[in-house]
Design a protein around this ligand. Sequence first.
Ligand code: FCB
Length: 479
Amino acid sequence: MISRPGEKSLTDRQAPDILSGMSEVFPLFGRDFIFGAASAAYQIEGAWNLDGKGPSIWDTFAHRGGKIKTGETADTACDHYHRFAADIAIMKQLGLDAYRGSIAWTRIIPDGTGDVNQPGIDFYSRLTDALLEAGIAPWYTLFHWDLPSALQKRLGGFRNRDIAEIFGDYVDVVVRALGDRVRNWITINEPFEFAFFGHVLGSWAPGIKNPLAYFPVMHNILRAHGAAVRRIRALSPGSSVGITLSLTPVVPASDTEKDRRATEVADAFLNHIDLSPILKGCYPRILEEHARILLPKVLPGDMECISQPLDFIGINYYTRERANHAWYIPFLHAWVSGKDAAPGEFERAGVQYTAMGWEVYPEGLYTLAMMLKHEYGNPPVVITENGAAFEDLLSGNEVHDPKRTSYLRSYLEALSRAIDDGADVRGYFVWSLLDNFEWAEGTRPRFGIVYVDYPSQRRIIKDSGHWYARLIKVSKGPG
Ligand code: FCB
């Protein structure tokens, strides 16, 4: 058993914290632990209409005007499409084992179905070769929310059951083209956020506001995931396949019976809505009790498709939520907020927030990893996103971001404790490699460990990036 961070005795999984001077020791993760950085096509690539690419729902949404808080679009973003070689050189400098990027469906099949766009395939092929050449393993997400607009228009996107096999056909094309070199696939990024913000609140693409859309969209996303797993298994049997879920510990806003009940419902709505069908082949029972009428129609074969065995579960984790009883929410009677009920209450109690207004809550990573261990049979887990936006100032060639370093450090400490306690966590990807286009927030929040000076497109590794590089180096040991 290795000692906890803070205890003085050094073991083979701890090293003197030469990194940040914040405490004496820092837990190490062992040679085989995968350290990476993550990003997504729409948020970094730019080149939104070049070389045959079709428009995605995010292109359409941002171009509509009034949807992105800064009034921007991601037409250029980080211009990664043209600068990927330099970005890979930075990844190499950081010592990353792996890079999580996503494939833009609209580069591969611009209209969603039909003709394949060879220049799009060539782009990802060049990217893959350059990563491998640099000794960095590509981990590709096949859907990070940028659905071809043509499919939204023609079929109603994820409201339509046909989307699952259509997605499968696109995955087929990608895996045939890259499967000889890419060994790690993530089918879908964050079903909850895509379904809820895009189809219930309408604050994200495709911008639909329909409280009844959540469950059917979720169900079709999960079916699309299953269709993708089948295609990948058939075409590339040796590769590793998972899905990325955003998981959020939920705690009651107060100690009342009503808030505790709301917490159980919210936990099911946010977390078990996808964990349960994927890992147990059924929707959470509490939702059957409270919201049976809203639940999707499950046809024969759906659950078998959704619950195929996976090689890992990807977790994106940022913060926790507090649940309140909410009489005004039909059936569920629950609502969540990351904020305190009385403004300023948590801040006065020493709680910190990121520039997104998200509570800094490292312990949640421990809670989630242990929940997967105890409630879901300890599947292999990869943290596919974790990180923070803070105000960053460029001073010369440096960006001093102690809050981000401290954030990463505390979350990684919590993760290390979960590993000590038996959670099967195999890797960690920081969100994000680069500052990028943060969806409806535009480029204002900076999540990168590498600063992007958008006017010049210059990249500067932040102090947190240097810290992460040293952590990786020390973790891998000599040689
Ligand atoms: C996640 C998204 C990712 C990024 C981070 C901050 O929900 O998957 O693209 O926006 O949040």
